[in-house]
Design a protein around this ligand. Sequence first.
Ligand code: ATP
Length: 233
Amino acid sequence: MLKVEKLTSAYGRIKVLHDISLDMGQNEIVAIVGSNGAGKTTLLRALSGVQPVLSGRIMFDGKEIQSVPAHLRVARGLVQSPEGRQIFGPLSVEDNLRLGAFRRARENVEQGLAQVYAMFPILAEKRALAAQGLSGGQQQMLAIGRALMAEPKLLLLDEPSLGLSPLLVDQILAAVVDLRNRGMAILLVEQNASAALAIADRGYVLETGNVVHSGEAQALLSDPKVKEAYLGL
Ligand code: ATP
């Protein structure tokens, strides 16, 4: 599904990703964890095409995409739900969702809305309200819902747990597991490493732009070095 080979990226002359390699299969949740500034967001932005790549390859669905513009990556099914949500506050909840649906045939849009509402019933209740009136957790659900409207094969999720109560974190992560169980691949970036690894199949630990550990999520969770440095245990 996704294969990244020796990806390098920089802000100006400062390199922030150094030869990152990773791969993920269909139907897998892969967690990218690491402390503040490790390069997690930059990696996702490079994959979705809004951050330039200096060198390396990104293969998606068997094709090289590192030179493909962002909107065409979305059209192929590589869809990011950004950090900070970036919803359109004055628009209604439902209009925000419809904005994500540009890839869908018209008759398919209602079906997409029904799926999102089934996953997050609170969004159905609030469908006619301005999105800016939603709580932080509900806005996160809306951002994920909008990404789902674009029919991702691979969903890139940036910090979905940021600022949420533990109950809402559980609810969002349960939705992620549900999507994986229905055949989607999800690349999950999280500072909350233990929550992310608890639902992931595999994980990569980033430190100052390098992959320093990788493996089965359960193995990472019980690795003493990972525990001490990233799980606060
Ligand atoms: P966080 O969880 O805080 O978002 P992160 O792991 O996602 O951290 P990045 O945001 O990818 O890390 O940042 C990686 C490095 O790039 C950091 O050193 C950061 O200061 C730097 N950086 C990020 N955005 C920019 C920018 N727009 N211009 C210059 N440097 C940046």
